[in-house]
Write a protein that binds this ligand. Structure first.
Ligand code: PSV
Ligand code: MN
Length: 393
């Protein structure tokens, strides 16, 4: 290995040891499709147990120090106690996700509903989420609106945009100095004709209007098939408008499968744009979150595998020979430039990640270390009775 490759490898190890990936509390609860939710043994009964499971993922991967909450799924009496519980287990509360999509009132929308009473109710919930952020020390409020219409003429598209902008402005003015709104877009579902925030352009326009405390979230499952997501990432990063990712993978629509499972090459291309922009770690404030459901696979190993998939894509992105790539690009060497990128992608980074983990004092194989730990069997034995947590409960 030449000197430049050696130093690239060392830099990659350092970057991978300080990389952080946030876990979603809901990934540990039962989930399914609209056809069936399959209950799994040992699933948490409350947010405290979800955090214990997330902390277990962090214990074996070393790079997942925060847990995103979803309110009201993670509603508790005392958020200070929840934050302390997290800290005691070596993790912290991350992004707070609002939920204005599971109440009968929201059938025709939440903050864009034609009925002002329902709009007020939705905004009150968003404000409540900022209160939770204050109590848990969380920086980000992630907003995803299921709002939209199913039929042409059902409601006024432009008026709905106005209501959305007004609601966002109200919430934005309630944020503390260090707090942010992360606005998520989604092409379709549950609405099928118009979504009120269907794409990054709409999210970008609203965030721009709000000011510096609002950024766009890219959920990798929320685009039309074939969309070039890394292009969106590059454009948002250039404009300093990328707030974070909801990582997952999809074969068809918003499948919420394990990130890197369907298209590891796409994940590499996304991570390459992140690395190229210097946005992997501080001072960049991009939040790297998972947003997944493990419907048929066990949840804790599913999260461990997902974290490892992000690490592998990141490692490959960090190994791209930037100098050789720039030279090939500048000289118009199309095949040479492509080869530089593909060389990095085709590198087996598993030995490098073993070094990353042993350097952190971890077992080099998180999946089998978790299996050997007996944690899975212990929670199955202990978590008897009570009501298992689930997507929507
Ligand atoms: C909506 O599909 C979404 O991606 C949002 O991030 C929600 O908060 C999350 O999924 C719920 O699972
Ligand atoms: Mn999401």
């Amino acid at each position: 290995m030449d000197v430049a490759s050696k130093s690239r490898r060392l830099d990659a190890i350092e970057a991978l040891q300080t990389q952080t990936i946030e876990l979603p509390s809901w990934a540990f609860g039962n989930s399914g499709t609209r056809f069936k939710v399959f209950a799994q043994k040992g699933v948490p009964r409350d947010p405290f147990e979800k955090i214990a499971d997330a902390a277990t993922v962090n214990r074996f991967t070393g790079v997942a120090p925060s847990v995103a909450l979803h309110i009201p799924w993670d509603k508790v009496e005392d958020y200070g106690a929840l934050a302390k519980h997290a800290a005691d287990l070596g993790v912290r509360i991350g992004v707070v996700n609002a939920n204005v999509f599971q109440d009968d009132d929201y059938m025709l929308g939440s903050v864009t509903n034609p009925d002002p009473r329902i709009r007020r109710k939705a905004i009150a919930h968003l404000m409540e989420c900022v209160d939770v952020m204050d109590e848990t020390g969380s920086r980000d409020l992630k907003l995803w609106f299921s709002d939209g219409t199913n039929y042409p003429g059902q409601d006024d598209i432009s008026a709905r945009q106005q209501r959305l902008g007004d609601a966002l402005a109200e919430v934005h003015s309630r944020l503390g100095d260090e707090q942010r709104i992360l606005l998520e877009y989604k092409l379709f579902e549950p609405a099928f004709y118009t979504m009120d925030v269907p794409d990054w352009g709409t999210a970008y326009a609203h965030c721009m209007k709000l000011g510096t405390k609002a950024k766009v979230v890219v959920d990798t499952g929320h685009h039309a098939p074939g969309t070039n997501i890394e292009f969106i990432v590059a454009v948002l990063l250039r404009a300093d408008m990328l707030g974070g990712f909801d990582f997952n993978s999809r074969f068809y629509a918003d499948d919420d499968l394990m990130v890197g499972a369907a298209d590891p090459f796409q994940l590499f291309r996304i991570m390459y744009e992140v690395v190229r922009a210097g946005a992997l770690g501080p001072p960049s404030e991009v939040a790297f979150m998972l947003d997944q459901c493990h419907n048929i696979e066990p949840k804790i190993p599913g999260q461990i595998r997902s974290v490892m998939n992000v690490q592998e894509a990141t490692a490959k992105a960090l190994l791209v020979d930037a100098e050789a790539l720039a030279a090939a690009q500048a000289s118009g060497d199309v095949l040479g430039a492509n080869a530089v990128l593909m060389d990095a992608y085709n590198t087996d980074v598993r030995p490098l990640l073993v070094e990353v983990r042993t350097g952190l004092g971890l077992d080099p194989d998180p999946m089998s270390a978790y299996a050997r730990s007996g944690y899975g069997e212990r929670v199955i034995a202990e978590r008897v009775g009570g009501r298992q947590a689930g997507w929507g409960a």
